[in-house]
Ligand binder design. Structure first.
Ligand SMILES: *Cc1c(COP(=O)(O)O)cnc(C)c1O
Length: 445
């Protein structure tokens, strides 16, 4: 076929090779199944479906309606929710829709600050949300847990309409009950309802897999997530919530009870146009996979691998934020451990086929461009079948690369370490090729 000649397909092949021959340590990435890929690459991309199942602004949606309903029902089952909106194009869109559903311009939202481990979409000044709403940030304690006393003090002082628990670099399990108690106290004082929102973009798969508490079962009313991280689905977002499910085409009062309907209206027409039904189909396929007993084993193994990796790294002299991990994430203070900065270490690891990202630490002096830390995690490696033994091997490679960096001094000096890095590259490739990636044809590996 003529389109197969497009150089894009050659580049996709090269990307398949890159993914196959290296190890993915980025904690927000994963590998989807062949069925998820198939659904995404289907003719559903041809269809316009503005609206919701049974309530569309276009004809010809009889199949799409059934598919979207499957995605909704499976998502509800996965998170024991009253309602699911599967249309957000991304995690960022999901968050934006929830803010828009509940808050008026100028309202206050209390969320974890970015340096503490929060996400850009939780009020970073560069985002649109931050120009519309008044974000106040809470921090973490020295041992890496949420500073709940700080959170309570800020809540009673600033009287937020919405309290958000969510993060991209936080290694503890949040105490949702404690935050719920703060919201109740605030409501008792002001007489106003406070929306409790959890952004579980990183740990949603651990929740689905039964190895992490579900915020919806601890008094939170809304949970947002990406679908492509630990949930192992297509790139996209989702919002699940508790409350009365109403007609999304009808205006309703801004009350906590009406949250599901307010959210539907905030996604469409509030912040998005036509849904990506090929992606929604892939979400439905992934959610069905997530409901299987094997997914529970997978989630448990992610955490086990992360714990083994953390212990092994600590034994080898790496200092970890929060002294380890309770989930799939690790944040290494590489500056304090080996005197090198995060970006330098990231570049060197790239050369040996280990992909992760430099990340600022809660008390970082290096700033966003030269952060002192690197963030890594185990979801993608665990999907490929790597276990505790491989985590120990990985820790040793990471140590060798760190030492090479320390001796080289800077990126230019790394030239002198080409032989050692080349040797590690071959070892990484050999191991990676023993653990094939789902969905990639054997001849493309
Ligand atoms: C990844 C992430 C998001 C954003 O998801 P995108 O799909 O990249 O928009 C939002 N919140 C948290 C906590 C995340 O980790």
């Amino acid at each position: 076929m003529a389109t197969q000649q497009d150089q894009v397909f050659e580049l996709i092949k090269q990307e398949q090779k890159r993914q196959s021959e290296g190890l993915e340590l980025i904690p927000s990435e994963n590998y989807v199944s062949e069925n998820v890929l198939k659904a995404m690459g289907s003719v559903l991309t041809n269809k316009y479906s503005e609206g919701y199942p049974g309530k569309r602004y276009y004809g010809g949606n009889e199949n799409v309606d059934k598919i979207e309903n499957l995605a909704i029902e499976r998502a509800k089952k996965l998170f024991h929710a009253d309602h699911a909106n599967v249309q957000p194009h991304s995690g960022a869109n999901a968050n934006e829709a929830v803010y828009f559903a509940w808050c008026k311009p100028g309202d206050t939202i209390l969320a974890m600050s970015l340096p503490a481990g929060g996400h850009l979409t939780h009020g970073s000044p560069v985002t649109r949300s931050a120009k519309i709403y008044n974000f106040v940030g809470y921090g973490v304690t020295e041992d890496g847990d949420i500073d709940y006393d700080d959170l309570e003090k800020l809540a009673l002082e600033h009287k937020p309409k919405l309290i958000l628990v969510g993060y991209s670099a936080f290694m503890k399990v949040p105490d949702f009950d404690r935050v719920k108690a703060v919201a109740d106290k605030l409501t008792a004082e002001t007489g106003e309802e406070v929306l409790l929102m959890a952004d579980m973009a990183h740990v949603a798969g651990l929740i689905a897999g039964g190895v992490h508490p579900n915020p919806l079962e601890h008094g939170f009313q809304v949970m947002t997530s990406t679908t492509h991280k630990t949930l192992r689905g297509p790139r996209g977002g989702i919002i699940v919530s508790m409350g009365k499910v109403g007609n999304p085409l009808k205006k309703c009062e801004r009350t906590l009870e009406n949250i599901p309907t307010l959210i539907d209206r905030a996604v469409f027409p509030g912040t998005q146009g036509g849904p990506l039904e090929h992606v929604i189909a892939a979400k439905a396929v992934a959610f069905e996979e997530d409901l299987q007993p094997e997914f529970h084993s997978y989630a448990a193994q992610i955490v086990k691998n992360a714990k083994v990796l953390a212990e092994e790294l600590q034994t080898l002299g790496f200092k970890l934020q929060g002294n380890g991990t309770e989930n799939h994430l690790l944040l290494v203070d590489i500056k304090d451990s080996f005197g090198i900065d995060g970006k330098f270490y990231e570049t060197a690891l790239d050369k040996v086929g280990l992909t992760l990202n430099a990340n600022a630490l809660p008390t970082d002096k290096g700033g966003a461009f030269r952060p002192s830390g690197v963030r890594l995690g185990t979801p993608a490696m665990t999907t490929r079948g790597l276990g505790e033994e491989e985590m120990k091997t990985l820790a040793k490679w990471m140590k060798r690369v760190a030492e090479a960096c320390a001796e080289a001094g800077d990126e230019a000096g790394l030239e002198t370490k080409n032989e050692e890095l080349g040797q590690i590259r071959e070892e990484v490739r050999a191991l990676a090729l023993r653990f094939p990636i789902p969905g990639i044809p054997a001849d493309a590996r």
